[in-house]
Write a protein that binds this ligand. Structure first.
Ligand SMILES: [Zn+2]
Length: 152
């Protein structure tokens, strides 16, 4: 990921924990807050609408998460997919977790599920090492479009 953030950063330096603590959802790109996880736009998206379901708790692996936390995050993945299909007419999705630095995790201390919308004819998805792309709209515009799906 293009994210900054190194291995085993303590929670005070964790971009996800920081976003969860903030109250300005638009500035922090938080789309929705759930019981055990939240949805946030990726600040360095592979495609417009690239979002992530992030556990509220700062744990780095599937094994350290509870089943309830994983279920909650997948529920938000479902809602994110529905919102992207409705608002962006996404035709497919890459959904996944990069656990551990060797697997390409940009923020390996805090588990998150990527949801990347896909369309016929779009450019190839680079799941491990991506470059920031020029996007057709700003992150704020994306947030505005998707936020209404959760807080319409
Ligand atoms: Zn964290």
């Amino acid at each position: 990921m293009a994210y900054v953030g190194g291995a085993s950063e303590p929670p005070p330096g964790c971009i996800f924990c920081h976003a969860l603590e903030r109250t300005d959802d638009r500035a922090s790109l938080v789309l929705h807050r759930g019981a055990r996880s939240f949805l946030i736009l990726n600040a360095f998206p592979y495609a417009p609408g690239h979002l992530m379901a992030v556990l509220n708790r700062h744990v780095g692996t599937i094994g350290d998460a509870t089943v309830d936390e994983l279920a909650d995050a997948m529920g938000l993945v479902q809602r994110g997919v529905q919102a992207l299909a409705a608002e962006y007419k996404a035709q497919g999705f890459n959904i996944g977790i990069n656990q551990g630095r060797v697997a390409g995790a940009g923020i390996e201390g805090h588990l998150h599920v990527h949801v990347v919308p896909r369309w016929n004819g779009d450019t190839n998805f680079m799941p491990l090492i991506g470059e920031t792309r020029v996007l057709p709209e700003s992150l704020e515009a994306t947030w505005d479009r998707l936020r209404s799906a959760f807080h319409g």
